[in-house]
Design a protein around this ligand. Structure first.
Ligand SMILES: *[C@@H]1O[C@H](CO)[C@@H](O)[C@H](O)[C@H]1NC(C)=O
Ligand SMILES: *[C@@H]1O[C@H](CO)[C@@H](O)[C@H](O)[C@H]1NC(C)=O
Ligand SMILES: *[C@@H]1O[C@H](CO)[C@@H](O)[C@H](O)[C@H]1NC(C)=O
Ligand SMILES: *[C@@H]1O[C@H](CO)[C@@H](O)[C@H](O)[C@H]1NC(C)=O
Ligand SMILES: *[C@@H]1O[C@H](CO)[C@@H](O)[C@H](O)[C@H]1NC(C)=O
Ligand SMILES: *[C@@H]1O[C@H](CO)[C@@H](O)[C@H](O)[C@H]1NC(C)=O
Ligand SMILES: *[C@@H]1O[C@H](CO)[C@@H](O)[C@H](O)[C@H]1NC(C)=O
Ligand SMILES: *[C@@H]1O[C@H](CO)[C@@H](O)[C@H](O)[C@H]1NC(C)=O
Ligand SMILES: *[C@@H]1O[C@H](CO)[C@@H](O)[C@H](O)[C@H]1NC(C)=O
Length: 467
């Protein structure tokens, strides 16, 4: 039984790594080809171990969010929560029991700090599962203590879960410091910025794979070794009141990365980290981002898309009522040369910039080395609206930068209500445009007079842009 389910999970994971490989986002140095090497797998729900498992307690009095539901306290399954003890097995047992009960709550109690190894929590589970994190959870402290036979690319994975709320006033502490200090990482004193293969792997803190109807709210997450949250092949994700915090020099610590994921809401969250605040990869659509504060960070990013001549389709993305401060970029779309597909129907509305290096940027020449050859195809960028974007920019770069592909121009960029002023002095750099078509409202600052009017005469075959 155990063997069969393990085998099944491995098969499923290999299959999904096969179909998602072309859409994988290559970030600074991370390579995801082996991303899905499996780590510790929680058994799929089977009948509860009757002798060992305590029965859940029923909280009939508490009619708050978990009224009349079964509560599976990890401490009832042997978790200690003293910072040191390995509580992995207790969490897995609590998960496997709760997974079989409708409206169950797995409780991680306040006042305790639980160390758990890399684990895959597997579904499907009964509906309305709640993972209530009131205490602290954390992984082993750094690469030396990471078990050798476990994947170093992910810590906690939620797999095939449909309908779960992860919430609570607790803390997810990724203990990333020793990972960021690996000699192969950028910013490390003494390296030459070399890209190391393999040895640089660092775990994503929380990974959701093939999940739907997931809510993540009220939690604090800090110091992930790599991305804090990553969603692949998921639907209906709602993130609310999340607080993500890592140092501005922590490498590759994106706040929330989504890929092949649709119907995503990211609301009321505060993110300070060392890489993209939110990054949106290939295959994402219907994404609504509202009232988030980013910074320091690398801003909100669509991309990078189209690596290794891959096709990427991203559409219907809205970012509104948000603040980006002390960041390398504000709102960015980045694509590699040679890709295909399109980014369209994107709106950036009502965004306040505070000392941002590239507040508005499209870069279709994204390249991590200095030697990416120019190619004739590109991910098509069209119907992008920038409206009510105000504040200050770091004068080392222009306030607007539209570097579009030679062969596939950006079209229908619309700018209105822009007021971006230098953070220091009064010298304004002119906006940069290359092969960028669009309309701008006369009163914006700085004037986007480098945009080309109308549509390009030579309309490229829409073949490559089909999504
Ligand atoms: C890793 O090794 C430990 C100890 O040998 C074993 O208990 C665990 O099941 C192994 N995990 C994986 C994912 O192979
Ligand atoms: C919660 O339950 C108590 C009795 O157990 C009741 O007095 C109270 O009104 C309930 N509160 C709500 C919000 O339903
Ligand atoms: C950096 O590069 C120099 C010359 O290319 C080399 O001698 C040195 O060992 C490199 N340092 C590291 C830490 O890789
Ligand atoms: C990196 O890749 C090169 C060539 O692909 C290989 O020779 C080398 O052993 C690899 N290094 C590590 C640390 O895996
Ligand atoms: C997600 O939840 C909604 C409403 O709670 C439900 O209608 C829908 O079927 C769920 N989606 C899936 C994939 O189960
Ligand atoms: C915006 O998000 C912040 C941070 O979570 C929150 O304090 C504030 O109430 C939110 N504003 C609105 C209008 O919801
Ligand atoms: C765009 O996404 C929003 C959710 O963010 C959704 O309500 C809307 O229907 C989508 N529009 C289209 C044209 O699909
Ligand atoms: C690629 O094209 C851009 C825009 O035409 C040009 O500025 C750049 O020099 C080219 N790069 C190479 C490597 O040819
Ligand atoms: C340009 O973009 C706007 C906003 O997305 C859209 O309403 C309009 O239809 C687009 N125009 C063309 C010609 O595609």
């Amino acid at each position: 039984m155990i063997k069969t389910s393990l085998l099944l999970s491995i098969l499923v994971f290999s299959f999904s790594s096969f179909f998602s490989v072309q859409c994988i986002r290559f970030h600074d140095y991370a390579k995801y080809s082996k991303f899905l090497t499996f780590s510790q797998i929680s058994l799929p729900p089977s009948s509860a171990p009757e002798a060992a498992a305590p029965s859940p307690s029923y909280n009939d009095n508490d009619n708050s969010s978990i009224s009349s539901s079964a509560v599976f306290n990890v401490q009832s399954y042997g978790a200690i929560g003293d910072d040191v003890a390995d509580d992995t097995q207790a969490f897995k047992m609590a998960w496997d029991s709760a997974c079989q009960v409708e409206s169950a709550t797995i409780l991680v109690p306040k006042g305790f700090s639980f160390m758990i190894e890399s684990t895959i929590f597997t579904g499907p589970c009964k509906p309305n599962l709640v993972l209530k994190i009131d205490g602290t959870i954390m992984p082993p402290d750094g690469p030396k203590l990471w078990p050798r036979n476990y994947s170093k690319r992910q810590w906690l994975v939620f797999y095939r879960i449909n309908g779960m709320s992860m919430q609570g006033g607790g803390l997810i502490n990724g203990r990333g410091e020793k990972w960021w200090d690996l000699p192969c990482k950028p910013n490390h004193k003494g390296t030459n910025g070399t890209i190391d293969n393999g040895t640089c792997d660092s775990p994503v803190a929380m990974r959701f794979f093939m999940c739907s109807n997931i809510t993540v709210k009220d939690l604090k997450v800090q110091n992930s070794p790599q991305f804090h949250f990553r969603f692949d092949n998921c639907q209906n994700i709602h993130i609310d009141y999340l607080h993500i915090k890592s140092p501005s020099l922590s490498p590759n610590t994106d706040g929330i990365h989504i890929e092949n994921t649709n119907d995503v809401k990211i609301y009321n969250s505060i993110i300070a980290n060392g890489d993209d605040c939110v990054s949106i990869g290939a295959g994402c659509y219907n994404v609504d981002i509202r009232n988030i504060t980013c910074g320091p960070s690398h801003g909100i990013s669509i991309g990078s898309l189209g690596i290794h001549n891959s096709r990427a389709c991203v559409s219907n993305i809205t970012v509104t009522d948000s603040v980006i401060k002390h960041s390398d970029n504000g709102v960015r779309i980045k694509t590699w040369q040679g890709g295909s597909g399109s980014v369209s129907q994107v709106t950036f509305n009502n965004i306040h910039m505070d000392t941002v290096r590239n507040p508005i940027i499209i870069d279709q020449y994204y390249c991590l080395t200095k030697s990416c050859a120019n190619q004739t195809s590109a991910v098509n960028i069209n119907n992008i609206v920038y409206t009510n974007i105000r504040g200050t920019y770091d004068i080392r770069s222009p306030a607007m930068h539209f570097a579009c592909s030679d062969s596939v121009p950006c079209t229908n960029l619309t700018l209105s209500g822009i007021e971006l002023l230098p953070a220091q002095g009064s010298f304004m750099k002119n906006p940069f445009c290359w092969n960028a078509y669009g309309d701008w409202e006369a009163l914006i600052t700085p004037p986007a007079s480098c945009l080309l009017e109308g549509m390009p005469e030579l309309v490229v075959s829409s073949e490559g842009a089909r999504c």
